[in-house]
Design a protein around this ligand. Structure first.
Ligand code: ZN
Length: 165
């Protein structure tokens, strides 16, 4: 028996301890063994009954809190995945080419113009080379960049370059 057990105001039955008796109880809260007068009694004291119920409520509240936290984490992960897709280098390239091209079908710019703006030439969908020529094409989503031996590149839509279709 610990100190807490000694300090607890218990309801003691007027029966001799007998573990085989229907009056025998073992308190679910602190494990105190006792004999009871009242057959509906479960706990050794009102204090234990309160503590047990409060503990149960506390655990339920904690579990609810934990569940909510897990759900929040899940939502956060989904959002992070969205962000990762939006900010992937290919998507970044597509946005940059689209913004630079504007409403034009073709745009001629110096070779380093787009790299200065942050284009990563290494991240593209497909690479083409027109056989027997110096003409190269890289595609980025609906767009294409074509260049030959000159110092400039052509920005356009894939659909405007027949031989890569
Ligand atoms: Zn108890």
């Amino acid at each position: 028996m610990n100190v807490k057990n000694l300090l607890t105001q218990r309801i003691e039955g007027a029966y001799m301890m007998d573990r085989t008796s229907h009056r025998y109880r073992k308190c679910p809260n602190d494990g105190h063994e006792f004999m009871t007068n009242n057959l509906s009694r479960i706990y050794c004291s009102d204090h234990c009954a309160d503590e047990f119920h409060n503990q149960k409520k506390k655990m339920e509240a904690e579990q609810l809190q934990k569940k909510k936290a897990e759900q929040t984490l899940e939502i956060k992960e989904i959002k992070q995945l969205d962000t990762a897709i939006v900010t992937s280098p290919l998507v970044g390239n597509i946005h940059l080419i689209g913004a630079t091209l504007g409403n034009k079908q073709f745009l001629k710019v110096y070779k380093n113009y787009l790299t200065d703006k942050g284009l990563d030439f290494g991240v593209y969908d497909h690479k083409f080379r027109l056989p027997g020529t110096e003409l190269n094409v890289l595609t980025y989503g609906p767009y294409a960049i074509a260049w030959g031996y000159e110092d400039y590149i052509i920005l356009t839509y894939k659909k405007n370059i027949p031989w890569i279709q």
